[in-house]
Design a protein around this ligand. Sequence first.
Ligand code: ADP
Length: 208
Amino acid sequence: MKYSTILLFGAPGAGKGTQGKVLGVVPNFFHNSCGDVFRSLTVDSELGRIFLDYSARGQLVPDEYTVRLWHESIKKREQAGQFRPERDTLILDGIPRNLAQAKLLEDTLNVKAVFNLLCADRNKLVERLQRRALRENRLDDASLEVIRRRLETYENETRPVLDFYGPKLVIQIDATLTPIQVLHNILEVVARREGQFDPNSWTFSRPS
Ligand code: ADP
């Protein structure tokens, strides 16, 4: 059975993690962030070192590692009974992050909606990331050079994923508003389409 999925999409700093955490506490929703999965690794593991190496340069970790790690992590959550795919909708943030990952995950995810958190103001994104660097002690947020590279990676590699899912699935959300207003706008759509996010409904899946 494919996972019924809502994707949170947007540039670094757009607020995917913030919204994902809140949505993830709603019954029958389960939040999973690919960045958090990577950050849970320790540097004494091979993958932990690979992650540090790429993220400190503002680059994506190679797809093969990423998708394997993500699969293992979500399976563990399933086995632990935290994520129940027959009941829960997955709120996914940070993956797929390029076209190759979207294709690799096609057999796993039944993507029912993509919330695109839009922030055209690059300076605002940079400001948010710099504030986060202080708050969360994140290496990849610390230097302007790395931030710039991550925003470029987003433009070149991640943004094309929106076309893969197509306009029928993508919902544009203004991410320059306050967190509560962004949440309100997301929830408004989710509430309206609630029945369609049920894992047993296939209405909004991408036509194959
Ligand atoms: P942000 O959205 O602010 O960039 P994340 O926590 O989602 O932060 O990601 C941090 C870093 O982790 C990325 O810059 C990248 O190096 C790595 N990463 C996260 N998700 C993926 C992914 N799906 N594919 C490849 N690398 C990833």
